[in-house]
Design a protein around this ligand. Sequence first.
Ligand code: PMP
Length: 452
Amino acid sequence: MNKYDTQTLQEYDRRYVWHPFTQMKEWEEDEPIVIERGEGSFLIDTDGTRYLDGVAAIWTNVHGHCKKEINEAIKAQVDRLEHSTLLGLAGEQPALLAKRLVDIAPPGLCKVFYSDNGSTAVEIAVKMAFQYQQHKGHTGKTKFISFTNAYHGDTVGAMSVGGIDIYHDVYSPLLFPTIKAPAPYCYRCPMETSDSSSCGKVCLKELERLMADHAHELAALVIEPRVQGAGGMITQPEGFVRTVRELCNKYDVLMIADEVAVGFGRTGAMFACEKEGVTPDLMALSKGITAGYLPLAATLTTQQVYNAFLGEYRELKTFFHGHTFTGNPIACAAALASLDLIEKEQLLANLQPKIEYLKDRLNSLKSLVHVGDVRQEGLIGGIELVRNRATKESYHWEERIGVLVCRAARKHGIFLRPLGNIIVVFPPLSISLAELKQLMDGIEASIREVTE
Ligand code: PMP
């Protein structure tokens, strides 16, 4: 029995909560769904209505909601120790998790620096890369190269290496300047090539030109490997990440892989970089690290980067960075329980039929009149809606076509959150085939209802 009824909770929400990435004027005029609990692939509201979670609670959920094993690991840890202790003390859970992360990470990544969200994991990588170059005596290497359409988080450093104008423009006087390379967005080629098969190559050529011109001043390159998430689930051509790694080696630029959204199985491999046999110099992880249960993040790096920070205290080589909730033991316990489950339940092997099924369903959506492009990487799908398929004319953002489709999906018992005109498919990795069918049926019906 609820202590408060739905209307009271809606009223409290409207009156007191300021929601992220939300136009609050619009929100205040609406009646929000109030979620009370989760169960497997479903979120359940205060009236008992069940919604299939099509976006894995903002791209984090691995094993479904309220998974018994993770709940129990959290409860057990609460009774042992609840606070972070890494500032001055070592801790059982963070030590065990660091070893475990190094064991599964791309070979060569061997040090783990904890924080508590994806933006800070990237921010830390940026600061580490900058300071590394200073310690190595490359004092002119102070700049960063990143991609158009990139999203790396909302803190100032993470926004500086980001590339989504609509999110970042207002803050531009606050941000440090970076060099932007064109990201391969083959449906709308930034280099205006007519041959879509060469799109990635043209972008790489331009990237190499920029890196060659700026090598003397570049500390690091930042990339979301295999798929740019918030930019619109934009997938990269095969081999792109590997060539980026080669260019970083050639021009002596550190490579930062932001695996915040794609890490922990989402692409069908444990980490996206693995799909191209790449080890970055720094790798940012969050979201799926605790299967979505608790805030935790990690920035992994190599012995080479770590060694540059070793010295006498007076040399000021220390990495002067650390957050209060760094490596919280409850979050680490949840992460360890999740990694146990990934192994025990053979998550990666079990994903394959679901990835194949998603592929078929996305392909069949291409026949809808207002579906311009479909993209897939592992258990991630992006469906780009267009007003005119022949000309690729977009819907104007004010039409809120993505929002309307996601609204319609609620009537089919599905919760989705769009990225502009792109419908995102990002369910818990544990979703069953039957649930995935329900999700794709609902998405297809909703697109038809709104656009046809
Ligand atoms: N990097 C990527 C690739 C992301 O997708 C996100 C979040 N969507 C972030 C960084 C930021 O993570 P957080 O929201 O936890 O700060």
